[in-house]
Design a protein around this ligand. Structure first.
Ligand code: GLP
Length: 251
């Protein structure tokens, strides 16, 4: 079942999504969160840190298993997703360091990295709540168009449009890694709950295609239509092309 929550602004989207994550942690303190990087979740992490500082949320029993990582980047590379998570979230909260997982980007042995990661996900009993952004080409994690729906963690080649979209974070375009390790769509679909967030005009068209178009590997996020517990939180701009009747009333 899909539920669409419309937010007024990026800040409002962040607060609404943070509320759902917070509810998950309160209901199940030892839960496994599947977390995501990108500009979209930054505000969510800020909000959660704020509530953590107010003693409203406790991450001491939480496990975090991130979606993806660039191949070849070490933890201390400022564009690695490991670094992103520390910088924007983990350094501010009381999550146990041994409960933080991001695919090992620095390890070039893809088989080993992917096998290990799938084992970790299994060992912790799967993901309770998976947070997702969406790429302009419809990717989730780094599952690019054409990715098979039945894959676990695997190595991917990034699409040119993804490299273009992500180059803003690197000094030079040629510095953007061409490959990544990503949790597969099979694993994402096995999460008990999925929380997809989108903000800004650039996401409006792809979001409509993903949520109301045909379910096809050409639009990886379209598989989420089949997820039994999908919540989508959009700001006004990202939600602009979605049918009005699905709108949850927000002032
Ligand atoms: C990246 C990440 C995705 C993310 C997407 C959108 O490529 N691998 O997990 O959802 O880009 O990013 P943003 O939120 O910055 O638009």
């Amino acid at each position: 079942m899909m539920k669409i929550i419309r937010a007024k602004s990026y800040q409002d989207m962040s607060r609404k999504a943070a509320n759902l994550i917070s509810a998950q942690v309160i209901m199940k303190p030892h839960c496994v969160l599947g977390l995501a990087t990108g500009s979209t979740p930054e505000g969510i992490y800020k909000q959660l840190i704020d509530w953590y500082n107010k003693d409203d949320i406790d991450f001491s029993q939480v496990t975090s298993i991130n979606l993806d990582e660039y191949v070849g980047l070490t933890h201390d590379h400022d564009q690695s997703y490991w670094y992103f998570m520390q910088k924007h979230f983990f350094q501010y909260i009381n999550i146990r360091p041994d409960h933080i997982f991001v695919p090992e980007g620095a390890n070039l042995n893809a088989d080993e990295v992917c096998r290990n990661y799938d084992r970790i996900i299994q060992r912790f009993g799967g993901i309770d709540l998976q947070l997702l952004g969406i790429g302009v080409d419809g990717h989730i994690g780094f599952n690019e168009p054409g990715s098979a729906f039945e894959l676990g963690t695997h190595k991917v080649r990034l699409q040119e449009s993804t490299i273009q979209a992500n180059k803003r974070f690197f000094a030079h375009e040629e510095d953007v890694p061409k490959e990544a390790y990503t949790m597969g769509i099979k694993t994402i679909m096995q999460a008990h709950k999925v929380l997809l967030c989108a903000s800004g005009t650039a996401k409006a068209a792809i979001l409509r295609e993903a949520l109301y178009g045909p379910v096809t590997p050409q639009v990886p996020a379209s598989i989420l239509q089949m997820h039994p517990d999908l919540t989508v939180v959009v700001d006004q701009e990202a939600g602009a092309c979605l049918p009005q009747e699905d709108a949850d009333a927000t002032a």
